[in-house]
Design a protein around this ligand. Structure first.
Ligand SMILES: [Zn+2]
Ligand SMILES: [Zn+2]
Length: 648
């Protein structure tokens, strides 16, 4: 048998017979390692302990201490263990697919009766039995026909379809957890006992179409979460509880911010309170943009398909576009338009009006661009994932030489805005050239380096996402981490030499010749709708004072104080504070409770004593103690607090 050389993480190499498995390699090092091993990393690929290695390679044996492979395996093995448990309890249930997802896994089952919460409990119990049995996991590669025959015989029709869909040149691999078999690419753990029995939980059941197609059968998808130990699971469940408390849909109702209804799926009906947040944020963004040298434009909503054909969206993006056909007068054919799903092609139209010279660049063109995109109804989520939204969009037209300085300038701009909005924890990712791309390697080298240099110039580190860029250029993504540890990608900066080319944008250079500008597509918030959702959840409804829609409620304790209430409200409003009166004939505690649910940051209570002394009793949201202070001083302090951070 021929020999191969395996190189370990410490740089040492050893020769083995070709075809050796990582399990055997681990055993050759130490019995304890062979026991602890969960998988291997071979030439960077995640490798099952049972798969043979046939050529020289680098190898690392993974144990539960290697977090990423451990989590992947635990979640993936749990998918199999769950499917086995389901079929042991209900042998007639048909199994389909069960991938690993963020925090856990799911598996789709075909079963007539719905899974109940009690069923989930029974499945969980059975899964723990399987884990405790420490059943061996083994794998084999099968002939296609053998696999098809096996699944036809056992009536697993979904698996037949899956096998048929595997390309002829790919191996068909089977896995067994104990005696239970599943079609699977692997890798998997050594035995079921390697899964921590107390670090997973079945969460819920949802409907899902086979292969995501609504023409197919409706299946039942059971979701589970899994971690490496009990504490991590507990922390995750706690985070979910927190997230439920902060859910912007719930707070949106309680604070009377917005609603959504069937007649306009994925579009927001903003109520006065919500619109107040929206316009305050938009006014703030407009001031920032003006200061940073942007011009603001506004472009049409309904645009002829010709422009979308020229921009490439008609080809690449049509399924996400709302298309509108119109009988134009005196026309033989219907005019076909689309609601704009993005603003970029329209901005090039504005750019193309009038000849541009190199002296006009960089040209920073902003629009609070209202866009519509078709999203499947299942993907919609409150105001976070919608079909109608407004971006804080801008395009910077510039030369290649200006990319670094414009990007650095943008990062400084974005970091100030995030800080003003209370987000201090955010990261940058740089997505580089994908396999399928246009443009020369030299031009990619230049532009990727320009973005990296810009991050450094602005004083930030970045993570590289190899191959994740668009086919025409690299991009930066800016991801916020919120108060309960969730990540939200909000800002972007995408370098684009392609659209100016397609839509024939140019400028006259210092040499008197025509040149193509680059376009930088960039956004800070992303969309106002989603960002406001994030803000609400980040602050659990207790928005920074300057953004709060109802900043102050002045509430009477006795009706004799009504005049003074109105006087106080007028004084606050004159000082730029959003103040309201509450002179209803209700107990003060009732009023306080109601406005606290509505997340009003400050309640000023006034009774006979306050009238006489010209004071107010100040009660801050979430604080037990109150404070009596002169009206003038309180008005002055609240006026300052109500001022947006950039105007202080
Ligand atoms: Zn699998
Ligand atoms: Zn754009």
């Amino acid at each position: 048998m021929s020999q191969i050389s395996l190189t370990f993480p410490d740089g040492n190499s050893r020769d083995y017979d070709a075809g050796i498995t990582p399990a055997e390699v681990a055993a050759s090092i130490a019995t304890s390692l062979a026991k602890k091993a969960i998988s291997a990393t071979v030439n960077g690929a995640h490798w099952d302990l049972q798969w043979p290695i046939t050529e020289n390679a680098s190898i690392a044996i993974n144990t539960m201490k290697d977090r990423a492979p451990a989590l992947e395996l635990v979640r993936h093995d749990l998918a199999h263990i769950m499917a086995r448990a389901v079929q042991e309890i209900w042998p007639d249930v048909k199994v389909t697919i069960g991938p690993v997802i963020e925090h856990g896994w799911y598996y789709d089952f075909d079963r007539k009766e719905p899974f109940t919460p009690e069923d989930l409990g029974a499945i969980e119990k059975k899964m723990k039995e399987i884990i405790n049995a420490r059943d061996t996991v083994r794998t084999e590669v099968w002939e296609r026909n053998r696999a098809l025959a096996h699944y036809r015989e056992t009536g697993e029709n979904y698996k037949v379809e899956l096998v048929e869909a595997i390309p002829a040149d790919q191996a068909i691999r089977m896995y067994w957890h104990g005696d239970w078999q599943d079609l699977c690419r692997g890798p998997h753990l050594q035995h079921t006992g390697q899964v921590p029995a107390d670090a997973f939980k079945l969460m819920n059941v949802a409907g899902a179409y086979w292969r995501g197609d609504s023409k197919n059968a409706m299946l039942q998808r059971i979701y589970g979460v899994a971690f490496l130990n009990k504490e991590e699971l507990k922390a995750h469940l706690h985070m979910l509880e927190e997230a439920a408390k902060r859910d912007h849909r719930k707070l949106g109702r309680e604070m009377d911010l917005f609603h959504m209804q069937e007649e306009a799926p994925g579009q927001v009906f903003w109520h006065a309170n919500g619109w107040s947040i929206y316009t305050t944020l938009q006014d703030y963004m407009r001031r920032q943009q003006r200061r940073d040298g942007y011009i603001e434009v506004n472009t049409p909503q309904v645009v002829d398909r010709k422009l979308w054909e020229a921009s490439g969206h008609w080809d690449k993006y049509q399924e996400n576009m709302f298309i509108v056909e119109v009988d134009e007068e005196h026309a033989r054919e219907k005019a076909v338009n689309a609601l704009k799903p993005m603003n970029c092609p329209c901005h090039v139209q504005v750019y193309n009006q009038g000849l541009k010279s190199y002296r006009d660049l960089p040209l920073r063109m902003a629009e609070f661009g209202a866009c519509n995109r078709y999203e499947p109804s299942g993907a919609l989520h409150g105001i976070m994932r919608v079909r109608g939204f407004t971006q804080d969009d801008a395009h910077i037209f510039c030369t290649e030489d200006q990319i670094t300085s414009e990007t650095a300038k943008f990062i400084a701009f974005l970091s100030k805005i995030y800080a003003d909005l209370g987000f201090h924890n955010w990261t940058i990712k740089l997505s580089t050239r994908p396999e399928k791309r246009i443009g020369s390697d030299e031009s990619w080298d230049i532009v990727e380096k320009a973005l990296g240099d810009a991050c450094q110039a602005a004083g930030y580190d970045y993570e590289v996402l190899e191959g994740e860029g668009a086919f025409y250029g690299p991009k930066l993504e800016f991801t916020l981490t919120d108060a309960i540890g969730r990540d939200w990608q909000c800002g972007t900066l995408q370098v684009d030499p392609n659209l100016p080319e397609r839509l024939n944008a140019h400028y006259i250079g210092a040499d008197g010749e025509k040149h193509r500008p680059f376009m930088l597509h960039r956004a800070v918030l992303g969309s106002f709708e989603r960002f406001i959702g994030i803000l609400i959840e980040e602050h659990a409804g207790k928005l920074p004072f300057w953004l709060a829609p109802r900043q102050v409620v002045v509430a009477s304790i006795v009706s004799d104080a009504d005049d003074y209430v109105h006087e106080t409200v007028a004084a606050l409003q004159a000082a730029g504070v959003r103040a309201e009166s509450d002179t209803r004939n209700e107990k003060i505690n009732y009023k306080i409770r109601e406005h606290s649910v509505g997340k009003v940051p400050v309640i000023l209570a006034v009774g006979a004593r306050e009238v006489e002394e010209r004071t107010v009793t100040v009660r801050r949201l979430g604080e037990k103690d109150t404070k009596v202070a002169p009206l003038d001083a309180v008005t002055q302090a609240l006026s300052k607090e109500a001022t947006p951070p950039d105007l202080l």
